[in-house]
Design a protein around this ligand. Structure first.
Ligand code: P1T
Length: 386
């Protein structure tokens, strides 16, 4: 099958299984081989078959890059060794003095990279409330080179209006980067809404099984693609062929997994919303949720991540996080098994004292694809201890 035709003609679930994954021509193998060769024989100097050296390009990586680019409706996809490696590659588009506007809720590691690695090198940043579109337009600083947002955000699940933000940013020639890790391309395609760059931690829903660390970047603009590809090769933060294979395999089931994640998340939201110990449930489907309207407009469903605060404060949050049996107490998210964590002490500890600090009575759930009743019962017994 022709990849370009698939982008146009086939639906998401079909592209996830076929884009970039034609049977291997010499043997007919249906599963994309893991190509371990670091170098490729040339038929005369420069006479290669599309691959020269595995940092620059590798057949297993190329399959993954075609697959995920197709799902993001992108013309170019680039795979990286981790989500943060992908982010670092993007930040290298900036020139010293150009500011990054970061949505005021984001993964702690993204904050750390922008504020503690790049900022001291002469790349200023500021945190902004991107739900306030009027303020964004009014208070736009002169030196902005990039707007960086997650939607839904990690861990508060705030949703930002990609189309409205891109319209303002583009008036000022700024690049809009959307971290689509929480939504996945199954629920939201930021490039179709005006974003310039989509970034993923492929460690999460793309991989889907907590067994591979990876990152991904997708773009439609040829000039941006060329600059990102140059740095991918020049700086070399590429994933191994085996890691590419694991993500490629995970993505095949993304559509069915996401449907179940969303369904289970709703069951979890219901029990949390009805429990006396819970102060507030954070889930984009809830009408009072910050950015609910943006989520309803730009997502096809609301995702598998749920956060909540406890009325009794930090100790109660710690007790709940420590008391579940099916939800495993661990960092990370987006895989088949349910996870629970305390962002303030774990994933977002690096944001303490910053504008991105998270509430200390907050608990974050990555709702997996186990049986919904078992998940609800597990949470109920943990909450009943408060
Ligand atoms: O861990 P890595 O693959 O490098 O991805 C970083 C990253 C980027 N963007 C988002 C939205 C993320 O959530 C992450 C990683 N987050 C966790 C490990 C976590 O538990 O929140």
């Amino acid at each position: 099958m022709d990849d370009a035709d698939q982008t146009v003609a086939h639906s998401f679930a079909t592209r996830a299984i076929h884009a970039g994954q034609e049977p291997e021509p010499t043997t007919g193998a249906v599963v994309t081989p893991i190509s371990l060769s670091t170098t490729f024989a040339q038929d005369g100097v420069g006479g290669h078959k599309g691959f020269e050296y595995s940092r620059s390009g590798n057949p297993t990586r190329a399959a993954l890059e075609t697959q995920v680019a197709s799902l993001e409706q992108a013309t170019h996809g680039l795979a990286f060794a981790s989500g943060l490696a992908a982010e670092d590659n993007i930040l290298r588009l900036l020139r010293p003095g150009q500011r990054t506007l970061l949505g005021n809720d984001a993964y702690g590691g993204t904050f750390r990279l922008i504020a503690k690695v790049w900022s001291p090198l002469g790349f200023p940043w500021s945190a902004v409330d991107l739900t306030d579109i009027d303020a964004l337009a009014r208070d736009w600083p002169d030196d902005v080179g990039m707007v960086w947002l997650e939607t839904p955000t990690n861990p508060l699940l705030t949703c930002f209006d990609i189309e409205a933000i891109a319209a303002i940013a583009h008036e000022h020639d700024a690049i809009v980067v959307v971290d689509n890790t929480f939504a996945t391309p199954y629920l939201q395609q930021p490039l179709t809404l005006g974003a310039d760059i989509v970034v993923h931690s492929a460690t999460k829903y793309l991989g889907g099984h907590s067994d591979v660390v990876g990152g991904f970047v997708a773009v439609n603009d040829n000039d941006l693609a060329e600059r990102l590809l140059f740095t991918q090769n020049a700086a070399g933060a590429i994933p191994s062929p085996f890691d590419c294979y694991l993500v490629l395999r995970g993505v095949k089931t993304l559509a069915v997994r996401m449907d179940r994640h969303c369904e289970n998340a709703r069951a979890v939201v219901d029990i949390l919303a009805g429990h006396r110990a819970v102060e507030r449930v954070l889930y984009p489907q809830l009408p009072d949720h910050p950015g609910h309207a943006a989520a309803a407009k730009q997502m096809s469903d609301f995702g598998g991540m749920v956060s909540f605060t406890l009325t009794a404060g930090r100790e109660a949050a710690m007790t709940v996080a420590d008391s579940t049996e099916i939800f495993t107490l661990a960092e990370s998210l987006g895989a088949v098994e349910s996870l629970i964590e305390h962002p303030g002490a774990m994933t977002h500890a690096s944001a303490a004292g910053s504008p991105l600090e998270v509430p200390d009575n907050l608990v974050r759930l990555s709702v997996g694809i186990e049986d919904a009743t078992d998940l609800v019962n597990d949470l109920a017994q943990a909450l009943d201890r408060i």
